[in-house]
Design a protein around this ligand. Structure first.
Ligand SMILES: [Zn+2]
Length: 270
């Protein structure tokens, strides 16, 4: 007997891994997707690090971002309104980005009852645009504002900014972008929801994430500890690969639609 070949992005190995992934999802009770920047990159949103990355081109951002905001929220808002460079490039890319086949496959997986929740590290709103409903955004959403006092959120276009910094009509707290800044704690409601979802999860899809940043890094570890299974969907090897039960070594936009079609076949044959 020889060891089975590791799953790779080419041909037969990917086919086999896709079949195994579909069977695992089909049999699981509570599937959660943990999504990272790789899925956004497939929608042409530039990454922060690596070749073509915003930080590679424009330099690392201020790691004290949140402290600077708290020191002088008015100045932060004035800068934001007039900002250029990496910020503007990201804003332009986000404005033009559309959900890709990976986002749409996750949406259909939810519609058919296989996927219960998406935990995303992305801020681009593309899961909502794809039509997904059960979503927790660890790092916030670029299309929203959030009150630092009571945690209430508003869509950007439904909040009239008539003073800087804007303040909350409910509690008078300072309002900032919902996007989580460097040094800013993950919003409590989002973190609590992630922990709840992870606790219920018996099969986690790791889509385009290397999950090296906490708290996201802890979720797959918790799922494994509770006896759950991990399916990595990533064109690149990550620190999660060794921990994963199945590896789809391909972009999500290529592999997840095939997983979805297998799931439809299995549902039809039931
Ligand atoms: Zn408030």
């Amino acid at each position: 007997m020889t060891e089975p070949a590791p799953s790779t992005g080419s041909g037969q190995a990917l086919d086999q891994a896709v079949d195994e992934a579909a069977r695992l999802i089909f049999a699981a009770n509570y599937v959660v997707a943990l999504v990272g920047a790789g899925l956004s990159v497939e929608s042409d949103i530039p990454p922060f690090r690596g070749p073509g990355g915003l930080w590679t081109k424009y330099g690392e951002p201020d790691m004290r971002g949140y402290d600077r905001f708290l020191d002088d929220p008015k100045q932060w808002w004035e800068e934001r309104i007039s900002r250029t460079g990496s910020y503007q490039e990201l804003v332009d890319a986000l404005a033009q980005a559309k959900p890709n086949a990976g986002h749409l496959a996750l949406k259909e997986m939810e519609d058919l009852g296989y996927l219960k929740h998406i935990i995303t590290q992305n801020i681009d709103n593309l899961h909502q645009e794809a039509g997904s409903r059960a979503i927790t955004e660890i790092h916030g959403n670029r299309t929203k504002l959030r009150c630092l006092g009571c945690g209430r959120r508003w869509p950007l276009d439904q909040f009239a900014i008539d003073e800087l910094p804007p303040t909350c009509p409910d509690c008078g707290g300072i309002v900032k972008s919902d996007t989580v800044m460097f040094g800013e704690p993950i919003p409590r409601d989002a973190l609590d929801e992630c922990l709840l979802q992870t606790e219920m999860c018996d099969c986690m899809l790791l889509v385009g994430t290397s999950a090296v940043v906490y708290p996201a890094a802890g979720f797959p570890v918790d799922v494994k500890r509770n006896g759950g299974r991990l399916i990595e969907v990533n064109p690149n090897e990550t620190p999660l690969t060794d921990m994963s039960d199945i590896v789809l070594r391909a972009p999500a936009g290529r592999s997840l639609p095939i997983v979805m079609s297998r799931l439809r076949e299995m549902a039809g044959a039931r």
